[in-house]
Design a protein around this ligand. Structure first.
Ligand SMILES: Cc1ncc(COP(=O)(O)O)c(C=O)c1O
Length: 398
């Protein structure tokens, strides 16, 4: 018996997705070898105990039954207030749908906006699930490059050329995997193209609290964009709550209403105790949010320091997020080959840039998700590995 074309098509064409390095690292570790794993973007720090306590208290108090499918009104109100305070854009409960993490917010947004066969544009390098999520919603993914030479800002000429045939543009800043934020010029350029070609904008802002520039600007706040923009939010990154699966989307009221139809017929909403823990995090979790932001900011600075003065492995200084994107092109290895050799020779595991698209070829992504001491040690050894390799092959720049 054959499965549906929809399910069989989610992974799309193409072979390796880059996760072999992760699986090999796990095997080596299980076999007793010392491995520092910088592949996975999940926190090493625990969730703040007060948030976990809020979850337990809520469950003990009986919040264990069905909940309103769009999310508890008090949680949606708190999200709306948070979004309005952070962006300045008028936002009410009617603009909010609570979802199972930012990932389900993305799927829900695409399901609301795209009909089968519609084209959804997204920026390369991209978060690994984007093309699969677009295909799962029946749309056709098409990439817009964002090259290292332009600080990984999307190529607006290419975007303008592709826009007439597209329905949606999906962007993400601060970005996974590159760690860059978008400049005001980029955001305004994107807005202009969306308005000219009547594109919906889906802006994945799950890293918005991890923006070191201190002036994170939501795409929904760009003048004229609120009616055509859906932003994706989540407590996964801001409050170290990846396993709670609590996210949301913010958009025009008919989009939030559309998500209600989808959620009613799929997940039927989130556990009440998870929502109560989320409400606690949003209203009383400022210290936890600040601690997590300070941690990644410190580690990003540590990474910048390790790669200072070298020109074989270089780092695009992260503007935000949880990752460092390392340019290893001077070794003339692909990101894939670099990552496999690095693992074999040093026990350090990083993600090949090619697993995030073509624009990050020859790069590797290091997650800043191990303690500072191990992070410094791993990055220093990565730098030395690259320099030694380039010297031995005669590719060194000195
Ligand atoms: C860019 C980006 N968007 C969305 C997600 C999904 O996050 P959530 O845990 O909220 O589903 C991630 C997770 O790593 C991410 O990096």
């Amino acid at each position: 018996m054959k499965l549906s074309n929809r399910i069989l098509g989610i992974n799309g064409p193409g072979g390796s997705d880059g996760w072999e390095v992760y699986y090999r690292a796990r095997e080596l570790k299980a076999a007793g070898q010392p491995v520092i794993n910088l592949t996975v973007g999940d926190h090493d720090a625990p969730t703040d105990p007060s948030i976990v306590q809020a979850l337990a208290d809520s469950a003990a108090a009986g919040s264990t039954k069905y909940t309103p499918v769009q999310g508890k009104p008090e949680l949606r109100r708190a999200i709306a207030a948070r979004v309005q305070a952070r962006t300045g854009v008028p936002t009410t409960i009617d603009n909010i749908a609570v979802t199972n993490g930012g990932q389900a917010a993305l799927f829900s947004a695409l399901m609301c906006l795209c009909d089968p066969g519609d084209t959804a544009l997204f920026v390369d390098p991209y978060y690994a699930t984007y093309p699969g999520t677009i295909r799962a919603a029946g749309a056709t993914p098409l990439t817009i490059p964002a090259r290292p030479e332009t600080h990984f800002q999307p190529d607006l000429d290419k975007l303008a050329a592709a826009a007439p045939k597209a329905k949606v543009l999906l962007i993400n800043a601060p970005n996974n995997p590159t760690g860059v934020s978008y400049s005001a010029e980029t955001l305004h350029g994107i807005a202009e193209i969306c308005q000219k070609h009547d594109l919906w904008l889906i802006s994945d802002e799950v890293y918005e609290t991890l923006d070191w520039r201190g002036d994170f600007q939501s795409s929904r706040a760009v003048p004229g964009m609120a009616d055509r923009t859906i932003t994706l939010g989540s407590l996964s990154k801001s409050h170290v709550m990846t396993g709670f699966r609590l996210g949301w989307l913010v958009g025009p009221a008919d989009v939030a209403e559309g998500v209600l139809n989808l959620t009613t017929n799929t997940t039927y909403g989130l556990a009440g105790f998870v929502q109560d823990a989320g409400l606690f995090a949003i209203t009383k979790g400022d210290a936890a949010q600040a601690a997590s932001a300070a941690l990644y900011r410190r580690r990003a600075a540590l990474a910048v320091e390790v790669f200072q003065g070298g020109n074989t492995i270089t780092l695009t200084p992260p503007d935000g997020g949880m990752f460092a994107m390392l340019d290893a092109r001077a070794t003339r290895l692909s990101g894939q080959d670099f990552a496999h050799r690095l693992l074999d020779e040093t026990g350090i595991a990083v993600m090949p840039g090619e697993s995030f698209g073509q624009s990050a070829a020859g790069h590797v992504r290091a997650a800043l998700t191990v303690d500072d001491e191990n992070l410094r040690d791993a990055l220093q050894r990565l730098r030395e590995f690259g320099e030694t390799f380039a010297r031995e092959k005669g590719h060194s720049h000195g």
